[in-house]
Ligand binder design. Structure first.
Ligand code: GTP
Ligand code: MG
Length: 554
C-alpha cells in the first residue's frame, strides 16, 4: 500500500472518529452478542417443535384470516398466526397452536377433495374453502375487534434495497445495520423453512421413522436473507438401542455407496414430484459431488435443495452460527459483503466458476479473525468439552466448543462497521491469492497445498478447498472489485465525509476509469513492463511514482 493512500486514510479515519460517538452508542445497543447466545441445538429444537405445532393454510384473501382464526380455534389454543402474500395474489396464513395434538385433530378433521386426478396426501399444507352458507366477514385483519395474536409486517418477499431508506442515513455503519435489519431472514421465513423440512419428514415417517429432515446452510447459520434458498438434509436421529427389547425390526442392508445415494435421489425426486403438494419444478442432480433434488416449494415461494446425507454441512452451519452470534459486527459485515457481491454480479445463483456466498462468508470471517474479533477454529477445538464431540457417519471429526459464551474472552477491537468494511476490502485487495491459502482453523494463511486460483481450507475437512470451483479470471475480477470498493468508500469519505452504501453496489465502472487506465497503460508501455491490476487501480500520482521508480530500477 502506498504512502499517500495511508495518510489519506488516517485523515479520513480521524474525521470519522470525530463523528462516531453517535454510531458507537447505536451499535452498543445491539443485543446480539455472545452473552445472549442461544445454543444451536436449542435453536433447532425449538424451531422444529414450532413447526410440528403449525399448519400453513392458503386463503382467498386477507379478509378470510379472521374466519380461519375462529375455525381453527375449535381445535385448540392458537399461539401465533401470520399472514403473508406471494406474487400472484396468493394469500397464506401460518397458524401455530400451543399444542401438537391440536394440529393432529385439525388434520384428522380436514378433508380431501373428490377428484380422481388429485392424490390424497396428509401434510401441513391446506387450503380454506369459503363458507357458502355464511356471508364472509369483510372485517380487515387489522381490526381490533378480532383480538387474535396476528403478526403483521413480516414479508416473504425480498425488499428492493433501493427502497429501504439507506440514503436517509449518513453513517455507513448505520446503513449496514439497516441493510441487515431489512434483508435478514425473519421469524416467519424461519418458521416456513422448518415447516418445509417437516413436510418431507412427515412424508417419509411411515417407512423411515428414525429419519429427520433438517435445514442447513444460510437458513440456520444466521447469515440467511429473505428469499435465500432452503438447504435440506435427511439425517438419522441419534437413538439409543433398547437392549431389553427382544423384538427387533428386520432391516435391509444397504451399501452407503455413491450409486446408492444417487438412486435415493432419484426416488426422492419422484416422491416430491408425484405426491407432495406445493413441490414443483423437481430436478434430480445426481451427478453432483453432493447429489441433491432441487425443487420449488410454491406455498413458500422459495427454492429448495434436498440432500440425502451431508452431516458435515449441518456441523458447518453450526460453526458459522457460532461465529455469526459471536459479535454484533459479524452479521452486518457478512450481509453487506454478500449484497455487494450480488449487486455487482460477482456471485450468481447458478453454480459455476464464480465465488459463492459460502466462500465469501468464510473470507469475511477470516478477516475478522485477523482483527481478533472472532477466534480461530483451533481455539474452539481446544476448548471442546465431552458433549461437544461429534464424529459424522463418514468419520469426519466435527468436534468444537458449541457454547462459545464459555470462551470468556473480551474482544478488544472496537472498530466500527464502516472501518471494518473498508478494512475487509483493503485486506483482500492486497492479498496474495497466488501463494496463500486461507485457513480459518489457524486464523492465518498457509502455503497453498495445490494450485487453485482461490484456496480456502475447508474448516471441517481440511484436505479440501471450498473454493476449488473459482477460475483465475473470477479471482482477478474479485480483486478488481475489491480495489474499486476500497477506492469508492475511501474517496467518498475524503470528499464528503459521508457514504451512501448504494454507491458501493454500482461496482467498477469501466467507462469512468477508462481514461486513467489508458494513461497508465500508455506510461507503462513506454517503460516496457507488463501492466498489472495494481497499476490500473493505484491512484494517478502513485502510478507515476511507480513508473518513475521502475525506470530508475531499469
Ligand atoms: P446462500 O447463498 O444464502 O444460500 O448461502 P448458503 O451458505 O446457504 O450457501 P449454499 O446454499 O450454496 O450452501 C449451503 C451450505 O452447503 C453452506 O452453508 C455450506 O455449509 C455448504 N457448502 C456450500 N458450498 C460448499 C462448498 O463448496 N464446499 C463445502 N464443503 N460445503 C459447501
Ligand atoms: Mg443456501
Amino acid at each position: 500500500m502506498n504512502k499517500t493512500y495511508s495518510l489519506r486514510r488516517l485523515c479520513n479515519l480521524h474525521k470519522h472518529l470525530l463523528k462516531q460517538h453517535r454510531v458507537i452508542r447505536y451499535e452498543s445497543n445491539t443485543s446480539n452478542d455472545i452473552n445472549s447466545f442461544v445454543l444451536y441445538d436449542k435453536f433447532i429444537c425449538e424451531r422444529r417443535s414450532q413447526s410440528k405445532c403449525s399448519v400453513l393454510v392458503q386463503v382467498s384473501s386477507e379478509n378470510s384470516c379472521s374466519d380461519l382464526y375462529s375455525y381453527c380455534s375449535k381445535y385448540g389454543l392458537i399461539k401465533n398466526i401470520f399472514h403473508y402474500k406471494l406474487a400472484g395474489s396468493n394469500h397464506f396464513v401460518l397458524t401455530e397452536f400451543e399444542d401438537q395434538s391440536s394440529v393432529n385433530s385439525l388434520l384428522d378433521q380436514s378433508t380431501h377433495i373428490k377428484d380422481s386426478n388429485v392424490i390424497a396426501v396428509r401434510s401441513p399444507f391446506l387450503w380454506f374453502r369459503s363458507n357458502a352458507s355464511k356471508n364472509n366477514s369483510k372485517l380487515s385483519i387489522v381490526d381490533n375487534k378480532f383480538n387474535f395474536p396476528f403478526q403483521a409486517n413480516q414479508t416473504m418477499i425480498e425488499p428492493n434495497i433501493k427502497d429501504i431508506g439507506l440514503d436517509k442515513l449518513d453513517s455507513l455503519s448505520n446503513q449496514m445495520l439497516l441493510l441487515l435489519k431489512c434483508t435478514q431472514l425473519n421469524d416467519i421465513g424461519t418458521r416456513l423453512r422448518f415447516l418445509t423440512a417437516m413436510q418431507i419428514e412427515n412424508a417419509l415417517k411411515g417407512i423411515f421413522p428414525l429419519s429427520k429432515v433438517l435445514p442447513f446452510g444460510s437458513s440456520v447459520n444466521s447469515f440467511g436473507k429473505i428469499g435465500s434458498d432452503i438447504d435440506l438434509v435427511i439425517m438419522d436421529s441419534q437413538t439409543t438401542e433398547n437392549e431389553t427389547s427382544r423384538l427387533i425390526y428386520h432391516g435391509k442392508c444397504v451399501s452407503n455407496s455413491r450409486t446408492q445415494t444417487q438412486r435415493n435421489i432419484e426416488i426422492l425426486g419422484d416422491l416430491l414430484q408425484l405426491f407432495l403438494p406445493g413441490c414443483s419444478r423437481v430436478k434430480r442432480i445426481s451427478q453432483a459431488r453432493v447429489p441433491i433434488v432441487k425443487y420449488s416449494q410454491d406455498f413458500i415461494g422459495v427454492e429448495c435443495d434436498l440432500a440425502v446425507s451431508n452431516e458435515t454441512a449441518v456441523n458447518m452451519s453450526e460453526l458459522l452460527y457460532i461465529f455469526g452470534n459471536f459479535d454484533y459486527r459479524v452479521r452486518p459485515l457478512v450481509f453487506t459483503v454478500k449484497m455487494w457481491a450480488k449487486e455487482i454480479n460477482l456471485t450468481n445463483d447458478t453454480p459455476g466458476r464464480w465465488i459463492t456466498n459460502f466462500s465469501l462468508t468464510l473470507l469475511v470471517l477470516f478477516y475478522l479473525q485477523q482483527e481478533k474479533i472472532i477466534p480461530d477454529i483451533q481455539t474452539l477445538v481446544k476448548q471442546a468439552r465431552n458433549k461437544d464431540v461429534r464424529i459424522t457417519n463418514e468419520g469426519i471429526n466435527c468436534t468444537f466448543l458449541r457454547d462459545a459464551s464459555k470462551l470468556h474472552n473480551v474482544v478488544e477491537n472496537k472498530k466500527t462497521l464502516d472501518q471494518l468494511l473498508l478494512g475487509f476490502f483493503e485486506f483482500f485487495a492486497s492479498f496474495d491469492f497466488n501463494t496463500n491459502a486461507i485457513s480459518l482453523n489457524f486464523g492465518k494463511t498457509i502455503n497453498k497445498p495445490e494450485y487453485s486460483a482461490l484456496y480456502i481450507v475447508n474448516p471441517l475437512e481440511v484436505h479440501f478447498n471450498v473454493s476449488k470451483n473459482i477460475s483465475s479470471e473470477e479471482v482477478e475480477r474479485f480483486r478488481i472489485e475489491l480495489r474499486n470498493a476500497a477506492w469508492t468508500i475511501d474517496s467518498s469519505l475524503m470528499n464528503t465525509n459521508s457514504f451512501n452504501l448504494l454507491d458501493l453496489f454500482k461496482g467498477y465502472d469501466v467507462n469512468k476509469k477508462s481514461q486513467i487506465v489508458f494513461d497508465i497503460q500508455h506510461q507503462i508501455k513506454s517503460s516496457n513492463r507488463l501492466v498489472t491490476v495494481k497499476d490500473l487501480f493505484d491512484d494517478d500520482s502513485q502510478t507515476q511514482e511507480d513508473t518513475r521508480l521502475n525506470k530508475q530500477l531499469k
